[in-house]
Write a protein that binds this ligand. Structure first.
Ligand SMILES: Cc1cc2nc3c(=O)[nH]c(=O)nc-3n(C[C@H](O)[C@H](O)[C@H](O)COP(=O)(O)OP(=O)(O)OC[C@H]3O[C@@H](n4cnc5c(N)ncnc54)[C@H](O)[C@@H]3O)c2cc1C
Length: 318
């Protein structure tokens, strides 16, 4: 069995581990990654809220000791609170064991664990697999994110679609944001057009993000029920922090012959669902055994992933 995984992100790295756990030898899995080398740890990146045991289904601490250590140390989310457009504050939902992680640091830790397991990673390789790989590999997995290049070999002409929103995120000094929020409670402030401000206040920092209309240059006109001073802090984030335009994956086929899509490459969705990382890891749990059992099993796995996706999207956005 030979498997090439394009994309050393959450989906690709957890799939590699899940394959090793099912007895696939490390040399039988090759990872191709566009980045020139392993991701660096320092610096703020996209924040993700994740439940406890994120990696349990794909080997947990024994497969991913560095990533589990990172999860253990990441700021705790003790609860999730929402401030509605009317300024109401429904009861906080407790979230025992949840963590607020950065995309960059969890990927760095997963990468270290996969390197320790001796899975070869070819860095600086961009784009879909070449003809030689298509001839020699039993499976080619596209785990290359929402802007997947591998998708073109499954669904030619299918491109990621803009959500019409942008996200800004960053780390501000403690209490830089003039908001009355409880420390350790991930708080969302809802605005117009599905826009949201988010904050997790820790002892060390206000970890903040905003999701807002891609045509807006300020959050001030978006009807957030908070004091102007707080909006000014978020507006500084929009101009000085890191911002990204948000995209969703087009829905279509997720397999063509020996090429299979997983993670955001298959079902990347708006961060409003707060689920993409969790689902990328869950894909690995479902897909890894199926890859060893052949095309029918893979189609069954993709059908299960599709069922989960439909259920997630039917549930309300936060
Ligand atoms: C603002 C924001 C907030 C979010 N919040 C949450 C949250 O709270 N909870 C949650 O669960 N999820 C959240 N998500 C979603 C989560 O980050 C993604 O769903 C998850 O990272 C998807 O993992 P992936 O491995 O499929 O893709 P990625 O993590 O994007 O990894 C893809 C990898 O493929 C590589 N690559 C790309 N193109 C190529 C190519 N052509 N050739 C080779 N390699 C390539 C990339 O360099 C990258 O390493 C959020 C996302 C955003 C943007």
């Amino acid at each position: 069995m030979r498997i090439t995984v394009t994309g050393a992100g959450l989906a690709g790295l957890t799939l590699a581990g899940a394959l090793l756990d099912r007895g696939v030898p490390p040399g039988a899995v090759t990872m191709r990654e566009r980045r020139g080398g392993p991701v660096e740890a320092a610096g703020a990146e996209t924040f993700l809220g994740v439940p406890p045991g994120l990696l349990d289904a794909v080997g947990g601490r024994s497969r991913y000791p560095s990533a589990t250590r990172y999860l253990d140390r990441a700021p705790a989310i003790d609860g999730i609170a929402v401030i509605t457009p009317d300024g109401d504050r429904p009861p906080t939902r407790p979230t025992p064991g949840w963590r607020f992680i950065t995309h960059r640091e969890i990927v760095r830790a997963l990468e270290a664990d996969i390197a320790d397991a001796a899975v070869p990673v070819r860095y600086g390789v961009d784009g879909p697999p070449d003809d030689e790989e298509r001839r020699t590999e039993d499976w080619i997995v596209g785990a290359d994110g929402v802007h997947s290049a591998v998708r073109g070999t499954v669904e030619p002409d299918a491109c990621a679609m803009p959500v019409g929103q942008r996200a800004a995120f960053g780390s501000l000094p403690p209490r830089a944001v003039d908001l009355d929020v409880e420390s350790g409670v991930l708080t969302f402030v809802q605005g117009a057009e599905n826009s949201a401000l988010g904050i997790l206040r820790t002892g060390d920092a206000d970890l903040v993000f905003a999701r807002y209309s891609a045509t807006a240059s300020s959050v001030s006109g978006l009807g957030f029920p908070v004091v102007p001073g707080a909006l000014a802090a978020y507006d500084r984030l929009l101009t000085e922090g890191r911002t990204i335009d948000l995209f969703e994956a087009p829905w279509g086929r997720w397999r063509s012959g020996s090429v299979v899509l997983t993670g955001d490459a298959a079902h990347g969705k708006s961060p409003a669902y707060g689920r993409g990382a969790v689902d990328a890891v869950d894909d690995a749990r479902i897909l890894a055994p199926a890859l060893l059992d052949g095309a029918d099993a893979v189609d069954g796995a993709l059908a299960e992933i599709l069922r989960r996706e439909r259920a997630v999207r039917a549930a309300s956005r936060r």
